[in-house]
Design a protein around this ligand. Structure first.
Ligand code: PLP
Length: 372
């Protein structure tokens, strides 16, 4: 039996992630591997931290990239902060709110679930009611940009409410970071995680996270040890910390971090607010074209994510046949519906490097062809 090198097709990725990776980032990925404690690499890691502080809009010193995907970032927030004795209000308006809930129950903590309809933002009034009814709740957890439905929640108001009720916040920014307004310090977010493969347009497998001073204090005053060795941030920090000698924790994914560095440099060059604006503009262009094709959005206009457009599959149209046609004839990937929306919706991503005029034009032309 012989095995050949794997040469992937050149796709245009307009699904829920991973998104298109720019040639600049792919080029960075292929640079020579150095040791993960090489002084030049440590210098680059320091820049990654600074650039992450910029994209998260925070001065939090604990701002790093975990060597694992977004789900590990989620788990890191929960296992470091939450103990079995704690009560956590979890907002659930899609698949990833449900995943947060699973983290809470596996820890043995007490969840209070605030259920909101799929395809809608988290209901701020319902969250306020839960905070009033559960004054002993220690954390409020919610997904800023629910990738399974395309709904954007009002993180600023939710965090302000949590603070008013002495709750810490755990925020999922996997799809929001870089694509919509997000201000960790101004909004007083305590623990936040993201993913490299969405609006940062980097390769998958890294999870930027950031903890506030208050979150660090909660971790330092835990009554029980953190159950996970790999995700214990008090250990990881010795590898990422700028002070003193860097200690080996695990072998960092050196080349993937080059790629993250490059994608963050690109975002810094563009300016984070310009990036938010570009996503909005591309979304408006796409939405106008989708309306001409007679495709309807699932999410109400004022709660839509610019970077993830969820549209109803028209009556009588074969979901998989259309997606396969786009792949076969245009090398274009759009996403299927997830969870409750499986078979009912398509998810069209405009994330990071994919949020460009040519992608919008390609997607609209390809969909028109597929549907007529
Ligand atoms: N949270 C949200 C909102 C996501 O969209 C995703 C992935 O799509 C995750 C968490 C999990 O990230 P990953 O697939 O990188 O583990």
């Amino acid at each position: 039996m012989t095995f050949n090198s794997f040469i992937p097709p050149q796709r245009t990725l307009m699904g829920p992630g991973p998104s298109d990776v720019s040639p600049r980032v792919l080029n960075a990925l292929s640079r020579p591997t150095v040791g993960h404690l090489d002084p030049t690499f440590i210098g680059m890691m320091d820049e990654v931290k600074q650039l992450l502080q910029y994209v998260f809009q925070t001065k939090n010193t604990f701002t790093i990239a975990l060597s694992a995907p977004g789900s590990a970032g989620m788990e890191a927030c929960f296992v470091n902060l939450v103990e079995a004795k704690d009560k956590v209000i979890v907002c659930r308006n899609g698949v990833f709110g449900q995943r947060m809930l699973e983290n809470v129950t596996r820890i043995g903590a007490t969840p209070v679930v605030v259920d909101c309809p799929w395809g809608e933002a988290v209901d701020v009034a319902k969250v306020e009611q839960a905070l009033i009814e559960h004054p002993d709740a220690k954390f409020l957890a919610f997904v800023h940009a629910e990738t399974s439905t395309g709904a954007l929640s009002d993180a600023k108001s939710l965090c302000a409410l949590a603070k008013a009720h002495q709750c810490l916040t755990i925020v999922d920014a996997v799809t929001s970071l870089g694509g919509v307004e997000l201000r960790v310090d101004d909004w007083q977010i305590d623990a936040i995680y993201s993913g490299s493969q969405k609006c940062l347009s980097c390769v998958p497998g890294l999870s930027p996270i950031s903890f506030s001073e208050q979150a660090i204090s909660v971790i330092n005053h835990r009554e029980t040890p953190i159950q996970s060795w790999f995700l214990d941030q008090s250990l990881v920090v010795n590898y990422w910390s700028g002070e003193g000698k860097r200690a080996y924790h695990h072998t960092a994914p050196v080349n993937s971090l080059y790629a993250l560095h490059e994608s963050l440099v690109m975002l810094h060059e563009e300016g984070i607010e310009n990036s938010w604006q570009r996503h909005k503009q591309m979304h408006e262009q796409l939405a106008a074209g989708l309306a001409e094709l007679g495709l309807e959005f699932i999410v109400p206009a004022n709660e839509r994510l610019p970077q993830l457009n969820t549209v109803k599959i028209p009556e009588g149209v074969d979901d998989a046949a259309v997606r396969n046609y786009l792949l076969a004839h245009y090398n274009l990937e759009i996403g299927a519906g997830l969870g409750d929306l499986a078979g009912k919706a398509w998810r069209i991503g405009l994330m990071g490097y994919a949020a460009r005029n040519e992608n919008v034009a390609l997607c609209l032309a390809a969909l028109k062809d597929a549907l007529t």
